[in-house]
Each structure stands twice: as C-alpha cells, then as structure tokens.
Design a binder for this molecule. Structure first.
Ligand SMILES: [Zn+2]
Length: 291
C-alpha cells in the first residue's frame, strides 16, 4: 500500500508506466524509516500487474495472486546477509534477469539499500544499467544520492520521496495504527513513519519513556542504571537529547548538553566503544542540569 504522502509520486510513475515511458531504473531516495522499501514493493507490483486500476495493482489477476503469495517468477531481488552488498550478490541478481519474462510482460529486480554496494558491486551493475533490455526494470532505494557512484547515478532516474508533515503523520498514526503520539514525540522521530511505528511495536522504546527516565535521574547510581539499560539505543538517545534540549529552556547548560550529544554521536559509531560509559557521561550532565 502506498503511504498517503507518496501517492502523488506513485501517480506520476504509474502514468509513465501506462504510457510506456517509465525509466528502466528509478532510484528512490530518502532517509532510513521513510518507507522507501514499501514504495518500491508497491511500484514493482504495479509494474507486474496485468490490469492496474487507478495507480494500484488490481489484486485479482494471476500476476497479483502470485505477488501476494510471494512466488512471482518475474519479481527478483538482490539479497545479502551482510552489511555491504558485494559483487557476487549483484551478479546473482543480474543473472535472474536473463531470458524473457515468464508471466508478465515485465521483469523487475529490486535493490534496496543501494548505498551499501561496494565499488566493484556498483561496477558490476553498471553494464546492466547502461544497456537495459526491453521491459526490464531495476528499482533501487538509497538513503542519499551522494552515497552512490556518479556513474551509477547518471544512469538512474532520481525520485526523492516526500516526508509527511508532522500533523499528517499524527493523524495517520492515529487512524491507521491506533497510535496516539504528540507532535513533540513525532518530531523526536524526525517525522519518519517507520521510526514511530517501531517505537510502538513490541520491544520498542519511545521518546516519552526516555524523557520520563531522564526525570527520574536523581543520583549517580540511577544515571549508571539508565546508561546500562539504554546503551543499545544510544543513537536514539542522543538524537532525543538534542530534541529535548531544543525544547528545554534555552540556557547554557542545555546548549552544552546539545553540543556534547552531537559530539558523542560520532564517538558512538567507533567499533568497540563503551556505549554505556558515553551515555553515563552525558546523562550525568542532564542530572546536574535538572537538579
Ligand atoms: Zn493485477
């Protein structure tokens, strides 16, 4: 299903598909948590459906039935267990595109998180992008354009997916998912729908819980406990601290905490770093500011 704030982009691509002028390599851009993958899946299903109805797959043709069952012979994806996408995965994906489509007129290869491609993987993909075969589409998603090689970029058609405005997202979460979030919370998740949903899924942590925990910091040992408990969510915590500081009264103390959290975000990315200690350092400053 296409998210409401992505419908106009979908309509545009759908119309191009209908007029047989859809680019063979659309590249969907946007931050992690925006819903790029859902958009790519929906576009793929639209490309393969035999008789789409108003920008959506019909849901009843043979193609749609196989898509729903996850067994469509012309829908392929690049899969990898690793953080980066290597040359072998790309070659394997390209191989699947050989031969003519079995069921639909079209064939689709999905490549999500294209920014994870190694240089040799990207080079392996280039030839296919340069010499597209008829009725073959390569749908890619990436977090940013500059994370891809210029040679790859120049052979794709970029579409930056829109972010919802916080009010729209608030209504959508309430109506579609029965989740009540304040605008403050939504902005703590940078208005990214999947981050909001993850927070409220089982085992997720929320901004509200985090802020509540901050207000319970009343001794060094409580700081220590919170640092240990939240260290697995350190990146969320540091972003949330920035949000929290922006909303707290503008004083030098909060400015310092804000700056420290930006500094720690970089430090927290180093492998082997003691995250609990980093968190302790900044949470202790919060405790002092609140006391
Ligand atoms: Zn269909």
């Amino acid at each position: 299903m296409t998210l409401p704030w992505h419908k106009s982009t979908m309509a545009q691509l759908s119309s191009r598909l209908h007029h047989q002028s859809l680019h063979h390599a659309p590249l969907l851009l946007g931050p992690e948590g925006l819903g790029k993958q859902e958009f790519a899946e929906a576009l793929c299903d639209l490309i393969l459906c035999h008789s789409p109805i108003s920008n959506q797959p019909c849901g009843v043709c043979q193609s749609c039935q196989l898509l729903q069952a996850g067994t469509h012979p012309d829908k392929h994806r690049i899969t990898t267990e690793n953080l980066s996408i290597g040359v072998d995965s790309i070659r394997e994906g390209i191989d699947k595109l050989q031969g003519s489509a079995q069921l639909s007129q079209n064939k689709v290869l999905l490549l999500t998180g294209a920014q994870r491609m190694t240089t040799s993987a990207a080079n392996a993909l280039l030839k296919t992008l340069e010499e597209p075969t008829n009725n073959t589409y390569i749908l890619m998603t990436a977090t940013s354009a500059h994370s891809l090689l210029p040679t790859v970029l120049s052979r794709c058609e970029k579409h930056t997916l829109a972010s919802p405005n916080p009010q729209t997202l608030q209504n959508w979460l309430r109506d579609e998912h029965q989740i009540q979030m304040t605008l403050e919370e939504i902005s703590a998740y940078r208005s990214l729908p999947k981050l909001c949903l993850n927070a409220y899924s089982e085992g997720g942590v929320t901004y509200a819980q985090f802020v509540e925990a901050l207000h319970n910091l009343n001794s060094p040992s409580s700081v220590h406990n919170m640092a240990q408990k939240w260290e697995v969510h350190i990146q969320d915590c540091l972003i949330w601290l920035q949000q929290w500081c922006r909303q707290a009264a503008a004083s030098n103390q909060y400015n310092e905490i804000y700056d420290l959290s930006i500094h720690l975000m970089k430090e927290a990315q180093h492998p082997g770093v003691n995250k609990s200690m980093l968190l302790y350092k900044i949470l202790n400053r919060v405790r002092e500011a609140l006391s």
